[in-house]
Design a protein around this ligand. Sequence first.
Ligand code: HAM
Length: 421
Amino acid sequence: MPNEMIKKPRGTLDFFSDDARRLYGLETKLLGLAEAYGCEVCDVPMFEENKLFHRTTGESSDIVTKETFDLARKGDKDYTLRPEFTAGVNRAVVENKLYTLPDLPLRYSYFGPVFRYERPQAGRLREFHQYGVEFLDQKIDLDASLDCLLLSLKAVEAALGRKGAVKLNFLGSLESRENYKKALKAYFEPRISTMCDDCKRRLVLNPLRILDCKVPEDQEVAKGAPKIQDYLTAEDREEFNHLLKALDEIGVRYEVDDGLVRGLDYYTGLVWEIYDGDHLDVGAVGGGGKYANLMASIGGPQFEGIGFSLGVERLLLSEDEERSRVDGERKPLDVFVIDLIRDGSVLKVGEDLRALGLSLTYASFGKGLGGAFKMADRLKARAVLIAQKDGSYSFKDMESRKQVDGTKEDVLKSLQEALIK
Ligand code: HAM
């Protein structure tokens, strides 16, 4: 009986060739952009102790209550695959005491896979990549907040090649949030019996999260709920107005959306989401916000942070066709070798040519000359080098179609003259 074929897990993607080039190309482009905003790159473990995410992301967030990939207990510890980077980056900054560095704010960028046990559908995966940044400082002021938001928008636009749309909201300090939660509780309590089980749970854990419910009937109920803007302290309101005014002056277009609460519990103050300007319907391509207490909650100093993350697969999905063709295009190969000797001696020649900076690969054993030349064409090879059975060599310039035959030394010399300008 043939062996059973093993398939990839639901909600994951394989990346090959053009797609893989687009993925890694985006990584280089976006990390480069963050560098222009003063960010250093960082990377943190793909799994962390369970309690890191419980404490930071929040007991009421969907991410922690039902979307984490929890690993089987190892030793006396419970571990979880990271559902996002923010908690891990903050943990690393605390553990490595990076907050004692003299140059603040700390600005870190990252790119890598994250894992959420969500119901897979278009644009919603169980393993996906995030690109993002975190700015950390004793106080995140207006300039840092604006700079972070501008970078997020610039990154989306650099990836998509068209305008991004910003939705934002202000969740306020812990004090205004508590007042608001009380008002929401009072509003939803008499209505909760008709609402979904998740909302019933949210009412107890964090009524703010009800505003994020995707059930249409619940959304209708939520429409009549009190608005956060009415519960901000005077100080919060002033900060928000300043931010909006500054965005107007810079010329950034945005929409204030008072239902925008984000799926993570650590936010205080400004929160925002970015959408593909041409496809507002496919969900946010990125989101972020300010968090004042995250670092302290994991044993660090009273530092504030602001950051955002973009969903890389959503960006790749939204990229327009022409751009994705160009980004995924394979670079021409310099030398395609047809080795008819096949005793290993030609490998030394190949290494020497690669050492000169040329890209080079080999035709497979058993491919006839005709088949090998067709493959060279598909690889857009600039030259084909043939090691003949009698020890002589030939080189064909694939552009001029001229061929040179002779000793190994003579042929390699003319190949180098043709390819290395
Ligand atoms: P988030 O909104 O949970 O924020 O995720 C950021 C982006 O990741 C989303 O806007 C979306 O594009 C993408 N994304 C989320 N879930 C999925 C999924 N299942 N499949 C594909 N893409 C997805 C955060 O993760 C925060 N850490 C952002 C942040 C950084 N806040 C402060 N600093």
